[in-house]
Design a protein. Structure first.
Length: 274
């Protein structure tokens, strides 16, 4: 049976990916590269390892030992975590970090460096969306509550702002109110951005999440789920807008049930139609 490797970060998307791959008859070799991985992955994956992202050579040699030729990288591994104290990096990770210091530590630069290292051992990185197309909805309003004209104006403005920061490889999320940007996503990640922007807006903010203008679909596809919604609830945000066909919508049934109960609007849109 063909094996698919999974380098898993935090969140439910690695679980959704593993379930989708297994349902199509593949074996899943999962490597948890960061603490806090969803415990369900141990039950779903055929083979499961806990190996720090800083033990890059061990990760790659483990995948080679398991005869993995294709791998996906999915789940949150924020740069904030990368700057914390960790186990001592192995020599291969140190060499990658030294190359990055001469370039930059942008999200795509870091991930492309890992892609290059995997390729040296004959491992290619899959398009994240290959097995998750059903999680990428088209344009629609998902919730019972619909957005107002003023909120749609914020959505349109938010799309432009999110695409601008995406082009700079800063993040994919902005928080907007009255066509003013309350917060942009940077090293802190989506949830912290939402909480900060929502608090500054003092209620009624619009959260917009889009793909980057030149999004590499092998990694870092925009995604939302229950934690996204709960960050909005905590900070009083009113609307969540995602880019149609380019955003992974995890835990959809649970998210919509809670959003409807809380009166939060969720929609998918295409920039050209705003």
């Amino acid at each position: 049976m063909e094996k698919i490797g999974l380098l898993a970060g935090v969140g439910t998307l690695p679980v959704e990916f593993a379930e989708a791959v297994c349902s199509q008859g593949y074996e899943v070799v999962c490597v948890a590269v960061i603490p806090g991985i969803d415990p369900r992955l141990k039950e779903i994956a055929n083979v499961y390892y806990d190996i720090s992202a800083f033990k890059l050579n061990k990760i790659i040699k483990t995948l080679v030992k398991e005869n993995v030729k294709e791998v996906t990288m999915i789940g949150k591994v924020t740069k904030e975590w990368l700057y914390k104290d960790h186990v001592l990096p192995d020599l291969r990770a140190i060499k990658v970090l030294n190359r990055l210091r001469k370039a930059n530590f942008k999200d795509d630069t870091i991930t492309l460096a890992i892609v290059e290292e995997l390729a040296k051992d004959g491992i290619s990185v899959l398009d994240q969306t290959k097995y998750l197309k059903p999680l990428m909805p088209g344009p629609q309003v998902f919730t019972k509550k619909k957005p107002t004209e003023e909120q749609m104006a914020d959505v349109a403005f938010g799309f432009k702002a999110a695409k601008a920061i995406g082009a700079m490889d800063l993040g994919q999320t902005v928080v907007v109110k009255n066509c003013a940007v309350m917060a942009v996503e940077a090293i802190e990640g989506t949830d912290a951005c939402i909480k900060r922007g929502g608090a500054l807006a003092r209620g009624g903010a619009v959260v917009v999440k889009t793909a980057k203008p030149n999004q590499d679909t092998r990694f870092d596809m925009p995604a939302i789920g229950l934690q996204t919604l709960r960050s909005m609830e905590e900070s009083g945000c009113a609307v969540l807008a995602i880019e149609a066909y380019h955003t992974l919508f995890a835990e959809k049934d649970e998210v919509l049930k809670e959003a409807n109960n809380k009166g939060i609007v969720i929609l998918a849109a295409e920039q050209d139609s705003l």
